[in-house]
Design a protein around this ligand. Sequence first.
Ligand SMILES: Cc1cc2nc3c(=O)[nH]c(=O)nc-3n(C[C@H](O)[C@H](O)[C@H](O)COP(=O)(O)O)c2cc1C
Length: 181
Amino acid sequence: MAVAAASRHGGTCEIADRISVTLAAELPESWSVVRTDLRDLRAFDAADAVVLGSAVYYSHWMHAAGRALHYVKDAPLLDLWLFSTGPISEADSKAAQVPSADAMVADGLAVDHQVFGGRLDTSLLGWAERAAVRAVHALPGDHRDWDQVDDWARRIAGQLAAVPERQNAPRGSGHRGASGE
Ligand SMILES: Cc1cc2nc3c(=O)[nH]c(=O)nc-3n(C[C@H](O)[C@H](O)[C@H](O)COP(=O)(O)O)c2cc1C
């Protein structure tokens, strides 16, 4: 399986790193977990399950994640989990909902979409971003909840490990839409 994320300032990449490590620890040894970047989408070709995330900027996923999503979403036999990072305050959590990702879950094209708190380190921002976050009174700080990230990764591992025969089965024996478990 492959884990990838689009990130501008590194906070979302660290979440993808953590998910990848937790999955590798939780899944049976027969599973290989590849932490891949989004430069070469062919890395997804061999995967029968993908965890794909993006930082949310101005209510949208980053371009690289959107491109990757477009690449994998029509692979009918691939199980897909999505995550977004963004909310840096309660007021912001609505903006991070990313309706298109939620719609993919509703349509059975992804198993689940999870929203994680983000990190806002103003020392990493350029002047335009600083002005933007000032305008919306965003709260600087690290709002990532590592227990929540680990729980989600463990849930994915549980869902994958619960269907052992699919490791030898043709792609497509997956279980998209199983998020309601
Ligand atoms: C200019 C700017 C715009 C942002 N817009 C949103 C937004 O619309 N919704 C949201 O939930 N978070 C927003 N955020 C918060 C980021 O998504 C959050 O800081 C995220 O963790 C950054 O991830 P990264 O370090 O991987 O780039 C914004 C942050 C900046 C700096």
